[in-house]
Design a protein around this ligand. Structure first.
Ligand code: SAM
Length: 357
């Protein structure tokens, strides 16, 4: 071995203290995550958000109906995690955390993502199935988990509708007039509700393969008073069966789940009228080690533990470019809406031999 190589390796290799620091930083992150989860679950964070002048730990205990000693212990951990700041004798929620942790409709909301990690479907069940490789499907997930997924998907829909869709040429104008929009894998219906409420002339269809999610969607569109404009279809996307009906098809954080992504894309293309748009809104999974080590990459790696159990993985965004090109879409484009959220879109040609018209 040459000296030059040894020297380079010695310089590049971290020492044991640095490696211990790297691991302990992760332990500290875990403590911060658990402290945030506890604060959300018990109402401690909500009580702090509602107290304009701040609260002492004793007052916080009374407001949240928590033992005052335990409340004080949580407060110290929350100060350490950057959730809470001191203001004289009182404590306040740190800047913007009310929106980021409590407002599920804020475009930068992260509270739902913090909470989804609590569910056994992510880490525990993956650990239990490591040896067997047993797979599962949505109908084997608890209603609580499905609710948590819907809450996690909501900020993606909030960024997509209307802001994200405005990146796609002509789509904002299209949404203003009478038009037909299909949400593929509509889940619990949050996207249908946003589209229906923002654009009163739209006729909407939601398709999903999971009955529980569709039942939630039916309830959500009825509560929003838009059920007369919404059709819900229980189908695997691989069996989607519509001909040139839609002006716009969207898919929010679900395209990576398709059993057969090419079959689904071919059917979506068939369901679009000539000139219609397909917009994929998804997690852009990194395709480099550097990306995996980034904060969004590390968060998306947690989601991969669940995705593996339903036999898929999040995909790098460029996979969707290749997919749309493979199926003859034109006018491709993409946009990053957040570090864990990217759009990819394409258009069905106005006049195409492949459209069959
Ligand atoms: C992560 S959830 C997202 C739901 C919704 N779009 C949202 O953002 O809240 C994924 C959804 O995709 C549905 N799904 C996954 N693969 C499917 C397929 N091949 N056919 C139909 N539905 C599918 C699941 O049933 C589930 O409701």
């Amino acid at each position: 071995m040459s000296t030059a190589v040894e020297t380079t390796t010695d310089h590049a290799a971290p020492d044991v203290g640095q490696q211990a620091g790297m691991l302990l930083q992760q332990v500290a992150g875990y403590v911060g995550t658990r402290t945030t989860q506890l604060g959300l679950e018990t109402g401690l964070i909500e009580a702090l958000a509602e107290a304009d002048g701040g609260l002492t730990p004793d007052e916080l205990g009374i407001e949240a109906d928590i033992d005052p000693f335990y409340a004080a212990v949580w407060c110290r951990a929350a100060i350490g995690a950057g959730l809470v700041v001191r203001d004289g004798q009182r404590l306040r929620l740190a800047a913007h955390l009310d929106a980021l942790l409590l407002d599920g409709e804020h475009p930068a909301h992260v509270g739902a993502m913090v909470r989804i990690l609590e569910h056994p479907e992510i880490f525990d069940r993956f650990g239990q199935r490591l040896a067997t490789g047993e797979r599962t499907w949505w109908d084997q997930c608890s209603p609580d988990f499905i609710g948590g997924v819907a809450a996690t998907g909501l900020p993606f829909y909030v960024r997509l509708i209307p802001g994200g869709l405005q990146h796609v040429p002509g789509v904002e104008e299209l949404l203003q007039g009478p038009a037909r929009v299909l949400d593929t894998a509509c889940g619990a219906g949050a996207g249908l509700v946003r589209l229906g409420e923002l654009y009163p002339d739209l006729t909407l269809t939601g398709a999903d393969g999971d009955r529980t999610s569709l039942d939630r969607a039916a309830k959500a569109v009825a509560e929003a008073g838009i059920d007369h404009r919404v059709d819900l279809v229980h189908t695997p996307l691989e069996a989607l069966d519509h001909d040139e009906e839609f002006d716009l098809v969207i898919n929010n954080i679900s395209m990576h789940e398709c059993r057969d992504i090419d079959e689904v894309t071919a059917r979506i293309r068939r369901a679009l009228r000539p000139g219609g748009w397909f917009v994929i809104s998804d997690f852009p999974f990194p395709d480099s080690d550097e990306g995996l080590a980034s904060v969004p990459g590390r968060i998306m790696s947690a989601i991969q533990f669940f995705e593996a159990q339903i036999d898929d993985q999040l995909l790098p965004r460029h996979v969707y470019d290749d997919l749309l090109v493979r199926h003859g879409f034109t006018d491709l484009g993409s946009a990053e809406l957040a570090p864990v959220h990217a759009l990819t879109w394409g258009r069905k040609e106005e006049h195409s031999a492949r459209s069959g018209c």
